[in-house]
Design a protein around this ligand. Sequence first.
Ligand code: ACG
Length: 455
Amino acid sequence: MIGYEIYIRSFYDSNEDGIGDFKGITNSVSYLKDLGVDLIWIMPHFKAPSYHGYDIIDFYDTNLSYGTQKEFKEMVNVLHENGIRIAIDLPLNHVSSRHPWFKAALEGDRKYKDYFLWADKDVDLNEKRPWDEEVIWHPYKGEWYYGVFGGSSPDLNYENEEVIEEALKIIEFWLNLGVDGFRFDAAKHIYDYDLDKKRFSYNHEKNIQFWKKVMEKARNIKEDVFAVTEVWDDPEIVMEYAKVIGCSFNFYFTEALRESITNGYTHKIWDCFSRTLTDNRNLYIPSNFSGNHDMTRLASAITSQEQRKVFFAMLLTTPGIPFIYYGDEIGMKGIYDPYFTESVIEPMPWYASLSGDGQTLWKSVGFNRAFTGVSVEEQLKREDSLLNTVKGWIRFRKENSWLTNSWIEDLKTSEFVVAYTVTNGNKAFRVYHNVAGHKEEFEGIKLKPFESKVF
Ligand code: ACG
């Protein structure tokens, strides 16, 4: 199975307003099929005030710039007819400060006040979240509410059973509407404040119990529901969530490969593979990925196309469900800035000129300009393009669908070569990658610069 992450606004526009939409995804099915994608993850499609959509105002309605619920359903049907499953991005940790629940809370409604967390006198109102300098408490008319992702996204209070029930209702609604599963946003944040010690603290155990409940509900509705979590943390923590949810994004894979391939060394890859891809047998399916909307794009992190080809060869010959971030397959660029995330969600360049049917134009482009060789049109024409190389590896993977439920054995590295056996117990391949710009030989196998070989 091959996953593909889509930012709807930037993908494919069907009604010529420059904004990507559901019908646009429907119209792009031939591209997705030709690429070999059979699972898409769409970034939030709900009613929300921001461009990114992670601050939801209504969990039961669509963002009308993307289309109506009817158009959403039509998109799901067409995807299914073409053998493509769809997972929706579900940020359950917080809502928009303009969500009716929060508005009611601000007006003093007691039921809804308890849907959120409020500071009492012992709370440190200046406390910052652990990974940057953003505060977690926000003022409103003399009171303070908790919001790890900023004042416009107040956190829901999952100590309240009614809030858990709301989450389960949302799951039920979308599965009944036809989606195949979820990408669970910010999965380690459901319980991330210690109410006794009055400080930020991840309660992984409690989070995992919550996700267990969610998955039970989801599997009761759709036995083969697909779910993947976003837990950006150490691999050993990520794994615990993956065991319950089935799949978890393997952030360490993306980080280790980018660093190692750029610098031409292998020890971090060895560390990553041995910690995340060898013990997964019958426990979870890893989701390795090229990049996502929260980080610098692959082509800006690994600037050499030859090196990027090694990255994709590793992505597509390792166990699990690999995900490609839209545009990474054509080498779209973009440098992540937490205060200007638009740089990594630029319009998908379908045409060399950046103009034509489907082309989104909602923002000016800084990184992926016209006639720079990045577009789908230009890449399809060149036999040795990144797109054609990626398609080749995807074809290989689809011919060997058992790789989804596989693991790695006999991992060996030299200074520049990574070698491993990927197996499901019955079938196996021995894979070699040379991350150096010169010839290498390992276990008697001769490798050209940046070459990958499978036996
Ligand atoms: C998700 C979405 C993101 C979204 C939100 C909120 C959550 O993908 O687009 O923001 O709905 C943290 C959270 C993630 C969150 C990212 C953006 N992503 O945990 O859920 O922030 C460290 C921390 C991580 C942290 C990461 C951020 O541990 O928790 O992610 O830094 O850089 C190693 C370490 C690992 C470390 C990394 C990086 O891997 O093991 O621990 O991660 O290095 O240093 C959206 C918008 C935002 C908006 C918000 C409301 O995009 O702009 O503000 O919604």
